[in-house]
Write a protein that binds this ligand. Structure first.
Ligand code: R5P
Length: 301
């Protein structure tokens, strides 16, 4: 089956990098915003009989990028695609994975179900919670960027480094980094006060005179990281802090909030577009080759 790679507008840079790693051109698509807010997409080449991979993280604005992805899938199918794979390096709505107060929608499940109405397969990277895999009722490929990030972190480690999980949900992830890097691990007990504000209640582990490497699956407003760093400094860590996460959403003023922290390094991947951040010691690790390698395997008959 002939392979095509096409993309929505959420992360054209990553889409180009994946296509380049596969040595193919992106299939031309036209995507337009109408004055009333509707999106119209069209796929400019015929796809009759083809195996098509649509690259689109459902990054902010998540709802718009999700709809664009579904519209693209519809257009591809009508152009003759036989098999469709949604390549969603960042899966938005993943944090809506349970009913905290017993009255909310479970957004992560709904979005997974919606994607399977148009796609045979979904490929994603570092879901917010690995248990969400259970929401995907058909073929799911779940990659992890943790080994890539751990490799990048090696250069900014010192003898006194310690991995820190900024909340209980990240403890297993912290252990993964600690194992890969052969470092001790501490964690923080966090309480979320609002969408933007969190409070670090307790640091569990000895961080005194150590250089923390705070890891998480994602950075959104930056509130979790800022409160973790403040708590670590209050507990006597060295002012040499590294932050790493797979998904750097960095919404609102997250970058400005980080500019006040004593950072050695901020490392995220390119699952979402990363603009230049001159005020931060920022580094971006690309998932493009890892995703391309898997696409190669999936497209092999
Ligand atoms: C929460 O469970 C996640 O793993 C992240 O810690 C959180 O979503 C980060 O959000 P923010 O940067 O807004 O604190």
């Amino acid at each position: 089956m002939r392979m095509n790679i096409a993309a929505g507008r959420a992360n054209p840079i990553l889409a180009e990098a994946i296509a380049a790693a596969l040595d193919v051109q992106l299939t031309p698509c036209t995507i337009e915003d109408f004055p009333d807010g509707e999106i119209q997409v069209s796929v400019d080449d015929t796809l009759r009989g083809n195996d098509v991979y649509l690259i689109q993280p459902t990054s902010p604005p998540a709802s718009k990028h999700l709809l664009e992805l579904l519209l693209l899938a519809d257009a591809c199918r009508r152009r003759g695609a036989v098999r469709l794979t949604a390549v969603v390096p960042y899966f938005g709505y993943a944090r809506q994975d349970r009913r905290v107060h017993g009255k909310e929608a479970v957004g992560a499940r709904l979005i997974a179900d919606l994607l399977y109405t148009r796609f045979e397969r979904i490929l994603t990277v570092d879901l917010h919670n690995p248990a969400i895999e259970g929401f995907f009722s058909a073929h799911l490929e779940h990659l992890s960027a943790v080994p890539l990030l751990a490799q990048a972190l090696r250069q900014s480690l010192s003898a006194d480094s310690i991995i820190v999980a900024p909340d209980l949900g990240a403890v297993k992830l912290g252990q993964q980094y600690a194992d890969l890097l052969d470092l001790p691990v501490a964690h923080i007990q966090k309480v979320r006060l609002s969408g933007r504000q969190v409070s670090a209640r307790r640091v569990v582990g000895d961080v005194r005179n150590r250089s923390p490497v705070v890891i998480d699956d994602m950075i959104s407003t930056g509130g979790t990281m800022v409160s973790a760093v403040e708590a670590l400094l209050a507990h006597g860590c060295l002012p040499e802090i590294t932050i790493a996460a797979t998904h750097g959403l960095m919404v609102g003023d997250a970058a400005q909030r980080f500019a006040h922290l004593p950072l050695r390094k901020l490392i995220v991947t390119d699952t979402l577009v990363q603009p230049p951040r001159p005020s931060l010691p920022a580094e971006t690790v690309s998932v493009s080759h890892m995703v391309a390698e898997l696409i190669k395997v999936l497209s092999t008959p």
